[in-house]
Design a protein around this ligand. Structure first.
Ligand code: SF4
Ligand code: SF4
Length: 347
């Protein structure tokens, strides 16, 4: 008898016409955030280049602080305890709040609608599936402990911040030397990446080609935070058992490997509200993202409009109220950069 492998390969063929419509809208939102992220990154590289070499003045794009989630978490606790919305990385805190609010209202949609790493991850496994015809599904005994890894990483940071840092310690870190230039240090990390770090990234890329969303599902602490927050979301994928024919197309299509066809409401922290399942369901009005048991489902267009609206509203209010740009002067940035380069030179 042929021995069954512990790893299962899953095949998926989109069956319904709706698949392309709702997924096209989601891709549009993903591309909006990808372009915003790339533009912010490009502007930041030009800003650091201007600090190093002079030339025409370039302003720093505050949105780069979205890449400093630990600093933002500290900023959140510091804001709650002291009432001070920190002036070092205020945009980081604003964006952190935007993503948490979206997670609270629309499940873990951050991962499948906003995050550029989520987009990259998605197209890596889709590319892998096209190449090999299949993706790899880890057995439950391995999948469950690996999924908890991202929560362990999140708890490690959250415990350090919420249990061990009082207002004074938070103030000293947030306004301290390291945090003031954390964005520049992050850029230098990637510009002068070590062979080890490059090897780790390459391994993650390769694993993401054969296993769906490997980084997001098993390792990303931001994904863990969004997964935790999403448990409180009133919107959930909801199945009508009266009209469902148990065809299993939804389960087959779900990138998070959730057995959708056997649930009435999908409560899993892995559901990213990607709407892949609803778009392949052949039965009308059977599977949809619904707020509680409201009759009208949330369409892809409504989710897209809501995400963009929350993003523009929060960032707009932050800009108008002076909580977007930090108060570090270009002169200070130049002087701190010189010190970083002197230390680098000595090493
Ligand atoms: S249950 Fe549906 S919406 Fe949730 S991750 Fe799976 S396919 Fe996407
Ligand atoms: S919800 Fe739709 S796709 Fe899923 S099993 Fe029922 S009929 Fe099939």
């Amino acid at each position: 008898m042929k021995r069954k492998s512990v790893f299962q390969f899953r095949k998926f063929k989109p069956k319904a016409a709706g698949y392309n419509d709702s997924q096209r809208i989601r891709l549009g939102v993903q591309l909006f955030f990808l372009v915003t992220t790339l533009y912010t990154g490009w502007r930041f590289i030009r800003f650091v280049n201007y600090l190093q070499n002079g030339g025409a003045a370039v302003t720093r794009p505050p949105g780069v602080e979205a890449f400093l989630p630990i600093s933002s978490l500290m900023g959140l606790k510091y804001w709650v305890l002291s009432g001070d919305f920190n002036t070092i990385h205020p945009a980081g805190l604003v964006l952190f709040l935007v993503f948490v609010v979206i997670g609270l209202l629309l499940k873990r949609s951050f991962c499948s609608w906003i995050c550029p790493v989520g987009l990259l991850s998605e197209y890596l496994w889709k590319g892998g599936r096209r190449l090999f015809g299949k993706t790899l599904t880890l057995p439950r005994w391995l999948d469950y402990p690996l999924r908890s890894l991202k929560y362990i990483i999140l708890i490690f940071f959250a415990w350090g911040i919420f249990m061990n840092m009082n207002v004074e310690v938070l103030h000293n870190f947030i306004y301290g030397t390291y945090n003031r230039v954390a964005d520049i240090l992050m850029l230098f990390f990637f510009e002068h990446i070590s062979m080890f770090a490059l090897g780790v990234i390459l391994a993650l890329v390769l694993l993401s080609v054969v296993i769906k969303n490997f980084w997001c599902r098993y390792l990303c602490p931001y994904g863990a935070l969004m997964g935790f927050v999403s448990l409180f979301s009133p919107a959930k994928i909801t199945r009508n058992p009266d009209t469902c024919t148990d065809c299993g197309a939804c389960t087959e299509a779900c990138p998070a490997n959730i057995p959708v066809h056997s649930k009435i409401r999908v409560k899993s922290d892995e559901c990213t509200a990607c709407l892949t399942c609803t778009s392949v369901c052949p039965e009308p009005d059977t599977l949809a993202l619904r707020v509680y048991k409201r009759k009208k489902p949330l369409s892809a267009g409504m989710i897209a409009a809501f995400i963009i609206l929350i993003f523009l509203l929060f960032t707009g209010i932050a800009r108008i109220s002076g909580h977007w740009k930090n108060d570090i002067s270009t002169k200070e940035y130049k002087s701190r950069l010189q010190k970083i380069e002197q230390v680098d030179h000595l090493n």
